[in-house]
Design a binder for this molecule. Structure first.
Ligand SMILES: [Zn+2]
Length: 394
């Protein structure tokens, strides 16, 4: 009952006899001979008998097949191993096992899948390489937004030898744009315009496929390349971009783009400061469209530095509201946009002299802001202290 079949691989009569005696069952399904009896019947000791049995025979048990459905039965090489399995079987806690055949097949299948994924990743990176050679960028055909974004990115993350753009997260001492979201927007925009593409030198582990088999990567974590025509280099492009933005007519020729970017930088600086203030007061807040609209309206009249004072006051007000009314933190923080709006409107109506804040030590001027305000507009962080021209809506 315990043993479906016995396989014996030796023709040597004594060894064969020992194996048969060892595994033989009586009519009740119990072992017909104790090991002690086999010792008495033969000239071998217990250790030798176990060795001969293990080497030359196996008990096959069809009640414990391979868990992968191939039906290969488990093979036992000793009574103790068989007895343990039978006990577990009777208690219902016999664990599944996988035969070497199925295990090898699974390894092969896994290996093939991994190779296919690697190939897809390589194909993606190679298609980028192809793009590099087929559509090189021409600085004279870039618009103002593209020039300013690309220069800010090169200043921020251009490698020391200027052969590629490093992952922006590697630069810990400077920020590309005031907020992380705006930095990502810059990378996505330049990539969508084929001005930068993911470098084939990237570690393949940085690229993954989602459930829909679409390629995914974190734009801030990958190295980028710029498609250039033969004979040009990123170093030359960098020099040309610096010269381009320093041209006296650059602002005038790209005024619409630049007014939009100036305003966006200011708005994002305010959002970043708002997060800093909520953190200072240990409040939780998530900026949405409503807050953006309030800040944007405020910036139509006031500078970033003055808007900071409204934001600071709104944070202090929310914190005291939280303490005095014992409302949830989120609820208290949600009062901030309304407070900024009311305070800025009152300041405007009453013609208050709003004192501006200094730039926060932790929130230094970003690379993009320096390109726009310092290089193009030739001011010293001029977007911070003065109200900006308002973009014309589309
Ligand atoms: Zn199997």
């Amino acid at each position: 009952m315990l043993i479906t079949e016995i396989t014996i691989s030796t023709d040597e009569p004594t060894e064969k006899q020992i194996c048969e005696l060892y595994w033989q069952e009586d009519d009740n399904g119990k072992y017909a001979y104790k090991v002690k009896e086999i010792i008495e019947k033969t000239a071998f000791n217990g250790f030798q008998i176990n060795h001969i049995v293990k080497k030359n025979s196996a008990a096959v048990a069809s009640w414990w097949p391979c868990s992968r459905g191939c039906k290969r039965p488990y093979r036992f090489y000793s009574r103790s191993e068989l007895d343990t399995a039978v006990r577990k079987f009777n208690r219902g806690n016999l664990e599944p096992w996988v035969c070497t055949h199925c295990y090898a097949n699974e390894l092969i299948e896994r290996g093939e899948r991994e190779i296919a994924v690697r190939k897809k990743k390589c194909d993606y990176l190679l298609s980028n390489l192809k793009k590099l050679s087929e559509s090189p960028i021409d600085i004279n055909r870039l618009n103002g937004k593209e020039i300013v974004y690309l220069l800010a990115l090169l200043r921020h993350s251009g490698s020391e030898d200027l052969t590629q753009i490093n992952p922006i997260i590697e630069n810990k001492s400077d920020r590309l744009a005031p907020t992380h979201l705006y930095s990502l927007r810059i990378l996505n925009y330049l990539s969508s315009q084929d001005i930068i593409c993911v470098s084939p030198k990237n570690d393949l582990a940085k690229i993954v496929f989602d459930e829909d088999d679409q390629i995914r990567f974190s734009p801030e974590s990958v190295e980028w390349l710029i498609p250039l025509s033969d004979g040009t280099s990123i170093a030359q492009l960098y020099k040309d971009l610096e010269e381009k933005v320093a041209e006296p007519n650059f602002y005038k020729e790209n005024e619409e783009d630049l007014v939009n970017i100036e305003f966006l930088i200011s708005e994002e600086e305010c959002i970043e400061y708002l997060y800093k203030v909520t953190n200072t007061h240990n409040l939780s807040f998530s900026v949405g469209e409503k807050t953006r609209t309030v800040l944007s309206k405020c910036l139509e009249t006031y500078s970033v530095s003055q808007t900071f004072s409204f934001i600071w006051n709104s944070g202090r007000n929310a914190a005291s509201f939280y303490m005095s009314h014992q409302v949830p933190k989120k609820y208290a923080a949600n009062t901030m946009p309304g407070f900024i709006q009311r305070q800025s409107e009152r300041a405007l109506t009453n013609d208050w002299d709003v004192t501006g804040f200094r730039r926060d030590y932790d929130l230094k001027q970003s690379s993009l802001s320096r390109v726009v305000f310092n290089t193009v507009l030739r001011t010293d962080d001029g977007g911070f202290d003065r109200a900006l021209p308002v973009p014309v809506p589309d």
